[in-house]
Design a protein around this ligand. Structure first.
Ligand code: HAM
Length: 414
């Protein structure tokens, strides 16, 4: 017997109802991007490994443990979109053509994580990057854009957490300070954090390990590492968010798992999810463009995780396949059935007809399963009178309708 293959662990195969709600999320997000003036770009799934090593950071989990590498090549499946958008921006010298860009993107990302609920190896981002300004007004726009998308797609319960890491100099000072504080208690931390204390102490702050978390909670982490400009930027942003009526929590422990961030960082969580509760996140990366060989240009962005959104969105009424089904009592009426089907399709109505040998009862059962509101029944007797029976599946009533009037009747009632 031949083997029946299973899907790869950590990937998801969506059925039609799930695919419909996936597409609805994307469609609604695209509308919001459009309204906010973000233009969509489409970038490849493959990138050079070094791009992510340099930008996301060599010692981050994503780069250290999770990249899917093509064997024998310095090519990986992209784990995230920001570095890639900047690669595209620099490769095309876009900064020479305009001083400000707003891009959006949608597509699969790949991370070799240990799969669990809400943590996949292939998942999808809906993301945006605004390049060319360090204004705190832009921080507020990016945050309100992400919250707006979540509102529009129907995520009611959500919390926004914000923090600032300060500029790269602040980050260096913060790291040094932190290392001093952590090194004395090194043995109390998990194996990963013991390494992080040496190489990248900021990572210790957002470790999910319980013991590490409670150790970190004893540290007095606040804004003392910030220079006056960065402190001002963050204060201005907070005042503006209050002004705009956007609720947030200041979370000094929020540092994010990607090294390119500077200044404002944020994360949106939902209590409807388990341990993987972030539905989206983002922040500023004012040094990344320079770090990838470009000029000094500030930028900020975010990404939402589509699969996590699907876990929390209402699945109660998925749209079914068709609105109308054209059934035949006799097989020799199939050509006429197909003609009417095509005519209805021409009017943009979601309609199907049968391709299997089925009794009328079987056809009606199939139509119901597919969500048809009307079934057109073609029988010899009715056709002889240039008519068909039109059955309303909701009320289970039917009436005889002239064949040349049926399209308009369906159109007016659907
Ligand atoms: P990120 O936090 O790594 O940020 O990913 C953004 C969102 O993607 C997360 O909040 C989560 O909802 C979802 N996500 C991440 N990993 C997984 C996974 N393994 N399975 C399912 N969903 C996942 C970034 O990638 C940044 N590029 C965001 C950004 C854009 N920052 C600035 N611009």
């Amino acid at each position: 017997m031949s083997k029946i293959y299973s899907g790869i662990r950590g990937t998801s195969s969506l059925d039609p109802a799930e695919t419909y709600s996936f597409n609805q999320i994307i469609k609604k997000s695209r509308n919001v991007f459009d309204v906010f003036g973000y233009e969509e770009i489409s970038l490849p799934l493959l990138e050079e490994e070094g791009l992510f090593r340099r930008s996301v950071g060599d010692t981050t989990d994503i780069v250290e443990k999770q990249m899917f590498k093509i064997e024998g090549k310095d090519i990986v499946l992209r784990p995230e979109g920001t570095a890639q958008v900047i690669r595209y921006y620099l490769e095309n010298s876009l900064y020479k053509k305009s001083d400000f860009y707003k891009f959006s993107y949608v597509g699969p990302m790949f991370r070799g994580e240990r799969p669990q609920k809400g943590r996949l190896r292939q998942f999808h981002h809906i993301g945006a990057e605004a390049i060319g300004s360090n204004s705190f007004y832009l921080d507020a726009e990016i945050i309100s854009l992400s919250m707006r998308i979540l509102d529009i797609i129907g995520v009611r319960e959500k919390s926004l957490n914000i923090n600032t890491l300060g500029c790269s100099l602040d980050k260096v000072n913060f790291s040094k300070d932190l290392k001093k504080k952590l090194i004395g208690n090194k043995s109390k931390f998990c194996q990963d954090c013991q390494r992080r204390i040496q190489k990248n102490p900021l990572r210790v702050i957002d470790c999910k390990n319980k013991t590490c978390k409670s150790e970190v909670a004893t540290l007095n982490i606040g804004e003392s590492h910030l220079c006056s400009d960065c402190r001002q930027h963050f204060n201005d942003l907070r005042v503006l968010l209050d002004e705009l009526g956007i609720d947030y929590t200041y979370s000094p422990h929020l540092v994010r798992g990607l090294d390119y961030y500077t200044n404002t960082v944020f994360e949106i969580t939902s209590s409807q999810l388990g341990s993987q509760d972030a539905i989206g996140a983002g922040g500023r990366y004012n040094e990344l463009i320079q770090c990838l060989g470009g000029p000094s240009i500030s930028a900020i962005g975010f990404a939402l995780g589509v699969e996590r959104l699907m876990l929390i969105l209402d699945k109660s009424s998925p749209r079914k396949g068709i609105s109308v089904y054209v059934a035949t009592v006799d097989d020799n009426l199939k050509t006429q059935a197909l003609k009417l089907t095509q005519q209805l399709r021409g009017e943009g109505i979601r309609v199907d007809t049968g391709y299997l040998k089925k009794s009328l009862k079987g056809q009606l059962r199939y139509a119901q399963k597919k969500g048809a509101k009307f079934v057109v029944i073609m029988g010899e007797e009715e056709i002889a009178q240039n008519s068909v029976m039109l059955k309303d599946m909701d009320t289970a009533t039917q009436e005889k309708v002239k064949i040349d009037a049926v399209v308009n009747k369906i159109k007016s009632e659907i």
